[in-house]
Ligand binder design. Structure first.
Ligand SMILES: Cc1cc2nc3c(=O)[nH]c(=O)nc-3n(C[C@H](O)[C@H](O)[C@H](O)COP(=O)(O)OP(=O)(O)OC[C@H]3O[C@@H](n4cnc5c(N)ncnc54)[C@H](O)[C@@H]3O)c2cc1C
Length: 547
């Protein structure tokens, strides 16, 4: 039996580095059950910048903040955060019959059950009927749609933190999030060294015994967390672990981010917008003080100049640019084993799926949780590493397949890119098998691994949103009677109306939250509170977009 690990070095100070530092600090240094003598250090290059994009999140971040006992008001104020209720997908399918742009919503709150079951079955069986809401599944069946359309927040102005009548996540300033977590980590005992790792020393078993830092020299360590981003400095470059590309599955490999001023900053959407473009898609993420925008594209179908021209055209001549555009090369895929010897890669060093579903921060949070669940001793037990790596692999494979749905099920064929993503992009055997199955019935719980990030409800939403059942509804067992369905839709419509009037304006809610944080009404970071059932909290938020 090995000894408890007491000296951990995290290399990299981006989102991955500081989220992992926060988790390890909470569990090993600062929170309940902390062990004396544990040292955690973040070593960050003063020369190499962080990626600085990554501004849409999923609701797991709420669980992370609660676990770390970070005050929500302060978090919102410090990271320029806003509320995210949903992603809106514009133009991913051909225009509607009447010429309007196709648009559908993917919210974190699903529809209300009808006759004891989720509304997907009756929606598919009976259709939307004559409805002026465009026949969008979420518009007809869900409450989040109404709130998102009316730009409402998910709870009353004076409602308690982390709560809401609708499930939500945040839009955050990426650099602000890393800086905020850094400050908290340093307050709570994490050490920080600004220096470059230039080499590693290994023992006869291949374990890293020390890092060589450009200025500080030899840095002995027991456990290394590689958070160096797409470069994978330690895991890939120094330990030689291969990176398995998913470029055949997900064709987008470049991105150009630009931050812009919002025309009217008080008009604050609570949706991430993802609009399909000629050779990729563009995003718009509304923060309190500005919007993050950009284009994700495939370099096989547009060169960088063409991509920038398309993005500039979309933004229009009058938009005030706050940053200059830059091109980011995305390394899409996963490191074959994220845990190798005594090095564990997290974030971009571990893997990256293109950002359509905002899954990187989620991947980082899950890696931190799985690491703590499988925390080794100085023997670095291979069974623990094996289990960790299996969880990571499954996660990336599932996300890859979920993302694949968005492209494979598009009916656009107006550019070579759209024809390629539909017909030439590789599909996993699992996705191929599932798509054949889902032709005949809706996705059910058993089709998806327990605890998977995207459950069957999220998958149903994408399939229906993209018109998968438009021409041929599958035979439905136990569909609720038509009369109940009609009554349900009428009730829901009334509830949507009430909700969109009862909930506060999103901008007003964010302003109120920021004002509370500034006035110090919030509790701040309070150590030693045992009020949270960690397991329940973390398990509960793994499921996204359940009913
Ligand atoms: C276009 C785009 C959009 C995205 N959108 C989202 C999104 O909406 N939601 C989401 O969750 N994620 C998103 N992401 C992902 C996100 O931006 C980051 O990939 C993620 O936060 C992980 O970054 P990281 O911390 O691993 O790496 P980085 O931010 O690249 O940080 C790397 C760190 O390693 C340090 N480093 C490098 N070399 C050395 C060395 N030799 N010695 C010491 N330190 C070193 C650097 O100084 C830096 O601190 C997006 C990514 C892209 C490209």
């Amino acid at each position: 039996m090995g000894e408890p690990i007491s000296h951990i070095t995290i290399v990299g100070g981006g989102t991955a580095g500081w989220i992992v530092a926060s988790y390890l600090n909470h569990k090993l240094q600062w929170g309940i059950g902390a062990r004396p003598g544990v040292r955690i250090t973040v070593v960050e290059s003063p020369r190499i910048p962080t990626i600085g994009v990554g501004e849409a999140t999923v609701p797991t971040l709420k669980a992370t903040l609660r676990l770390l006992q970070i005050d929500e008001d302060e978090f919102v104020a410090r990271t320029d955060a806003t509320i995210k209720l949903a992603i809106r997908f514009d133009d991913w399918q051909r225009p509607l019959g009447d010429g309007r742009m196709h648009s559908y919503l993917s919210p974190f709150s699903g529809g209300r059950n009808v006759g004891g079951s989720y509304p997907a079955s009756p929606f598919v069986a009976y259709g939307a009927g004559t409805d002026d809401r465009g026949g969008d599944f979420q518009a007809v069946t869900g409450l989040a749609w109404a709130a998102a359309e009316a730009r409402r927040g998910p709870r009353k102005i004076d409602g308690p933190p982390f709560s809401g009548v609708l499930q939500y996540a945040y839009h955050v300033d990426a650099a602000g999030l890393a800086a905020f977590l850094k400050e908290i980590c340093l307050e709570r005992g994490v050490a920080y060294v600004a220096d470059d790792v230039v080499a590693i020393e290994q023992d006869e078993r291949g374990m890293i015994t020390s890092l060589s830092l450009a200025e500080h020299g030899r840095w002995p360590t027991e456990l290394v967390i590689d958070c160096t981003g797409f470069r994978g400095l330690i895991v890939n470059e120094m330990l030689g672990e291969p990176f398995d590309s998913f470029a055949d599955y997900l064709l987008n490999d470049r991105a150009i981010p630009i931050q812009v001023e919002r025309d009217d900053r008080t008009v604050l959407s609570a949706q991430t917008e993802a609009r399909a473009m000629n050779a990729g898609w563009s995003w718009r993420i509304p923060l309190h003080g500005r919007d993050g925008t950009g284009l994700v594209y495939s370099s096989a179908f547009a060169n960088d100049d063409e991509a920038l021209t398309e993005l500039e055209r979309l933004l229009g001549p009058t938009a005030t640019r706050l940053t200059s555009p830059r091109t980011i090369k995305m390394r899409v895929g996963r490191t074959r084993r994220s845990w190798v010897k005594n090095c564990i890669a997290v974030g971009g060093a571990s893997g990256f799926m293109e950002p359509l579903e905002s899954t990187t921060i989620l991947a980082i949070e899950l890696a931190a949780r799985w690491l703590l669940k499988n925390f080794p001793t100085t023997d670095f037990e291979s069974a623990l590493a094996g289990r960790f790596n299996r969880e990571i692999d499954r996660f990336y494979d599932e996300v890859r397949d979920f993302l694949g749905l968005h492209f494979a099920l598009s009916d656009r064929d107006d550019t070579p890119y759209w024809r390629a993503v539909r017909h030439d992009a590789k599909r996993s055997d699992t996705l191929t098998e599932n798509l054949a199955l889902w032709r005949h019935r809706l996705p059910i719980r058993e089709d998806v691994r327990a605890g998977a990030a995207f459950g069957h409800v999220a998958i149903q939403g994408v399939l229906i949103g993209k018109g998968f059942y438009h021409d041929a509804a599958p035979a439905m067992a136990g569909v609720v009677p038509r009369s109940i369905w009609d009554r349900h839709r009428a009730d829901l419509r009334a509830q949507q109306h009430v909700l969109s009037h009862a909930l506060p304006d999103h901008f007003a809610l964010i302003e109120a939250i920021r004002a509370r944080a500034v006035h110090g009404i919030s509790a701040g970071h309070v150590p030693g509170i045992a009020a949270i059932d960690e397991e329940a909290l973390l398990a509960q938020t793994q499921l996204l977009r359940e009913g």
